[in-house]
Design a protein around this ligand. Sequence first.
Ligand code: ZN
Ligand code: ZN
Length: 876
Amino acid sequence: MARDFQHTAVESKWQDRWDDENVYHVEDAEVDPTYVLAMFPYTSGNLHMGHVRNYTITDAYSRFRRMQGDDVLHPIGWDSFGLPAENAAEERDTNPRDWTLDCIDTMREGMRDLGFGYDWEREITTCDPDYYRWNQWLFRRFHEEDLVERRAADVNWCPSCETVLADEQVEGDDELCWRCDTPVETRELDQWFLKTTEYADELLDGIDDLDGWPASVREMQRNWIGRQEGATVEFDVEDHGPVEVFTTRLDTIHGATFFALAPEHPVAQSIAEDDDAVADYIDAVDPDADTDEKTGVDTGLTATNPATGEQIPVYVADFVLADVGTGALMAVPGHDERDHEFAVKKDLPIKQVVAPEDGDDVDVSEAAYGEDGVLVNSDGYDGMSSAAAREALEADIESASHETNYRLRDWGISRQRYWGTPIPVVYCDDCGPVLVPDDDLPVELPEFVNTTGNPLDAADEWKQTTCPECGGDARRETDTMDTFVDSSWYFLRYTDPHNTDMPFDPERANAWMPVDQYVGGIEHAVMHLLYSRFVTRALEDMGYVDEPEPFENLVTQGMVRLDGSKMSKSKGNVVSPERIVEEYGADTARLFMMSAAQPERDFDWSASGVESAREFLDTVYRLVTERPTETGESDPDVDEYVAREVDAAVATATDEYEDLTFNNALSEARGLASLLVRYQSDATPDRDTLERGLSALVRLLAPVAPHVAEELWAELGHDGFVAEAAWPEPERDVSDHDLERALVENTREDVRHICDVADIDDPAAVEIVVAPEWMHTALDLARDADGNVMGAVMGDEDLQQHGDAAASYARDLQESAEALPDVLAPEEEYEVLERAAWLVEDEFDADVSIERAEDAPDDVASKARPGRPAIQVHEE
Ligand SMILES: [Zn+2]
Ligand SMILES: [Zn+2]
């Protein structure tokens, strides 16, 4: 298809010029640039549409802020460690490093082709020792603060490959090794943990201040931390002594009809030693099985309820999770759904001990009643509210004490893999685990060797080292860090990426942090964002940063779908960004993405949407390049109408860009473009008004379609880059613009409707009569009438003079008293229509007159209302 401009030539020309002039670089000396950041990409090979969307959002926003006069920090880097690189290297018979660096080159080129304005001097690559040495440095600092712990934890183990597997390498419901299909086992290994739980309260309470974050993400973080207020209390298990449980519902303790232990609980294990049935059950039960079916075995033992002295049966059951609470629970089937289900299955008693506060009856044999209420069947506590009973029981039961419980766990960072940051520890037979001193960092990865197990384990030479403490023989830690460590502080490194003494200069970080606008996928709502918050808070406590929260505003962008489903290579429904850029240009791809939906929403990729975006750019291109240089005498009313529309479009689009609702901003730009097309073709345009409109239009498009905007900005005769031009500003007060636009649109619609109904093909003249001033007065009185509209209106002496007409209008107002329209002042209404008359003239090819009611024939004038002029269409 013929195009009005050659996107490939235009785009590469401007990309070169931006590079030559270093347009997107921000100097270290800047005081506090606006920090706009997209979550950096995982280096997987090619850019996909999700990337394009994510990076266009931050690019458009940073361009907007830069044109608003801000210094803008908009950096990019590469999240380049991780298991997929190892797998890819193996498949392609190369090594993770070469494969990753190739991916980075491809993606960097893709980003350049899309015109993203990054400060490339701040590019960071996490698999580069210049970066990951600081992970090791931070590990030491965390260790000094007692925020690092080494302890045993379960890992997936393939007995055939004799290696640890990541969760992603365990396949299917049967949990088979991805490489050899052997059933995977669980093994306990010593691993390193960062103590996120020390910050659980801070992380939770800090969420309240994150009002620039989506409510959904804040809620997900709250749930992840999962703080629960409750109590611990001990039940005495026959032959085994006291076993502690945690409960948030101590008020229901009188309803505990059985006691249950997780299969992994030490007491369950100990019971199993003497009880074959229990032992068999524990052997058979699969702790990871994802079934709703609850199973359990009666141990034949009893536990003593500390509130009642009652003996209740003890079960070992799989619905009790070892890592939730204490791994043991008092089961209250009357008031807990899971306990209820198990009780029904095992035919255990169900007892009601809480009744609804409103006195309603509930039948707990049918379903558990889980709400708080008033205590019943609870001895001396009957009649108490649940909350009061919890407090009383906590005080009365000797073994009970208040406890806050969390779902949050410490962050296990050990990965038994090659492609990550080596954990800077050596093991000495005499000194045990010893941290590698700062001066010996980084501990660099050895050359990759292809092996079924952990390549670091196979790197014998690398593994052998000396103990920093005693100088004796020692071996290196062969685990590497979780790649979430890399991404938990990278936003700080961008502020000072070349520092060789520290991960960043605290002074610089403090001047530039927090990130003003962060954008990324909802899949990072918990882990990445929580780890980043944890690390930042820990660094604050260590004095490296002042701000406890790293990201002030957050947008989580929605998916780009194809035919309603997520684009993915495995489904084969992928639209390649490269192909779109080649065929339509980067500006078109960006414009379509940003027009299709606001950032949070999912949207469907559509060929027609892409085509329409391109056509729009062609229209704008023609509009500018084919604009008349000589014009005749223009109509001042028309010019004023256009000038006001320019102002209104600028004002509205500016607000929308501020809110990152690019789709709305762009629809303003589209509206402005079509008006300017008509202004050129259907009126005699005033040169200055037209040029101003075009220059505003080009700048409104510049954040999203930066290349064609540069081209047209130059075409309009401006020096310098539009990327660095000042954002347009309205010259008039356009605060009433919505009303003005609605008045014009409704009036045009009414004319169309009349022609339609009266079957007028070719109107000769259109008379538009605005309502008299007294009606506006009446409307104002009605608005303040507080119910009695008739009285308020007809009580006015001036209005009484308008007799029947006033009374009839007052009745109308009374009827619609709940929804009185907002209207312009009478003289404004007249002027707005005067200025817009050319649009009607042009559309209907008819003479148009705008009249005041007093100058118009009574029969027409009487139909006019404020905000709704009377219209008379005359035929030939
Ligand atoms: Zn295997
Ligand atoms: Zn030693």
